[in-house]
Design a protein around this ligand. Structure first.
Ligand SMILES: C[S@@+](CC[C@H](N)C(=O)[O-])C[C@H]1O[C@@H](n2cnc3c(N)ncnc32)[C@H](O)[C@@H]1O
Length: 315
């Protein structure tokens, strides 16, 4: 929308990382559209560049669209075009994910700080929180839960915000991810509600074994041999500890499922994300471990991407 004064209102504040480079923060619509045209002529996807303009420059997509009709409007960016240019160039040359370059990733209703060494939270994972709450709708209230392999802390933060009266645990083994998860939990003021525990899957949760009403995990599940075939933006920059699920992709899932009967509370729920072709194998692991009512849940494209199962109440 263009204001009376002909200035496109840029909503505030991208919590600004200091803008690299120098240059004017105020540009006209036509300057910006020329700049965009020039960059795209050199290659790259328009959707990626517009993402950078949004998250890196503070220019929402709808505001960009309005410039086609109002190229004379002036607007204020969070970073000068020279700095955005430099980030785009770096992304195109090195395949570094834009999320790492701007230091943030939109996920559910959050803008999560992310950095190399931490998995960039994925869209499909957004579904896990609502799925878990829906599955538990008829069950007793959740008082204690855990997120295994918390990475940026995305699932733990979203779950804690949805269940403010609960106690949560976020487990992570990566020395690079732990400080990011700690900072992100602090950013949403959740340190008192969610304890961040360093270690291997269930091990740091030992004092709470038998008392966890809900455990979520998006573990590494990509078969090792497949990693080389991933897009360079993922393969060369995201942490393999977060991706590599061993020879058949099920190494981490096996460990998590194996500990679930002991660690979940009676009647507790385990919910896992997995690769699109692992649904059957994960279901078998859940049944073989003594969990009951295994469930298969689709992502937004209808592919089976989540598995759930319950610890029997009487055991
Ligand atoms: C696929 S990522 C998920 C991160 C985050 N939960 C998300 O959904 O974006 C898997 C996470 O598990 C962590 N991880 C790998 N092995 C682990 C282990 N043995 N114990 C605890 N966490 C582990 C990785 O460091 C990574 O952060």
């Amino acid at each position: 929308m263009v204001s009376q004064a002909g200035t496109v209102p840029i909503p505030a504040p991208i919590p600004a990382s200091p803008a690299p480079g120098s240059g004017a923060l105020t540009v006209t619509g036509s300057e910006l559209l020329d700049w965009r045209r020039r960059l795209l002529a050199q290659g790259g996807a328009a959707s990626d560049l517009d993402w950078l303009l949004d998250l890196g420059g503070g220019l929402r997509w709808s505001q960009l669209q309005s410039l086609w009709c109002h190229p004379q409007a002036t607007l204020r960016l969070d970073r000068p075009l020279e700095a955005l240019d430099a980030l785009w160039h770096r992304h195109r040359c090195t395949h570094e994910p834009l999320q790492y370059l701007v230091g943030r990733c939109p996920w559910r209703d959050l803008e999560l700080p992310v950095a190399p060494g931490v998995l960039i939270p994925r869209q499909e994972t957004e579904l896990m929180v609502d799925l878990a709450l829906e599955l538990r709708r008829e069950a007793p209230p959740i008082s204690c839960w855990a997120d295994l392999g918390t990475g940026s802390g995305c699932l733990a933060i979203a779950l804690a915000r949805s269940l403010p009266a609960s106690r949560g645990f976020a487990v992570e083994v990566s020395a690079e991810a732990l400080p990011q998860a700690r900072a992100n939990l602090g950013r949403w003021d959740l340190q008192g509600q969610v304890s961040l525990l360093a270690g291997d899957w269930w091990q740091p949760l030992q004092p709470w074994w038998g008392g966890l009403d809900l455990v979520l995990s998006n573990p590494p599940y990509i078969p090792s041999a497949t990693l080389d075939g991933l897009e360079p933006v993922v393969r060369d920059h995201e942490p393999h500890l977060a991706l590599d699920g061993g020879p058949d992709g099920l190494l981490a899932i096996r460990s998590i499922v194996a500990g679930a009967v002991q660690a979940l509370a009676p009647g507790g729920l385990l919910l896992l994300e997995h690769h699109h072709d692992q649904s059957e194998a994960v279901g078998e692991l859940l049944r073989a471990a003594g969990l009951e009512r295994p469930g298969v849940h689709p992502d937004l494209e209808g592919r089976a991407r989540f598995a759930s199962a319950w610890r029997p109440v009487a055991q």
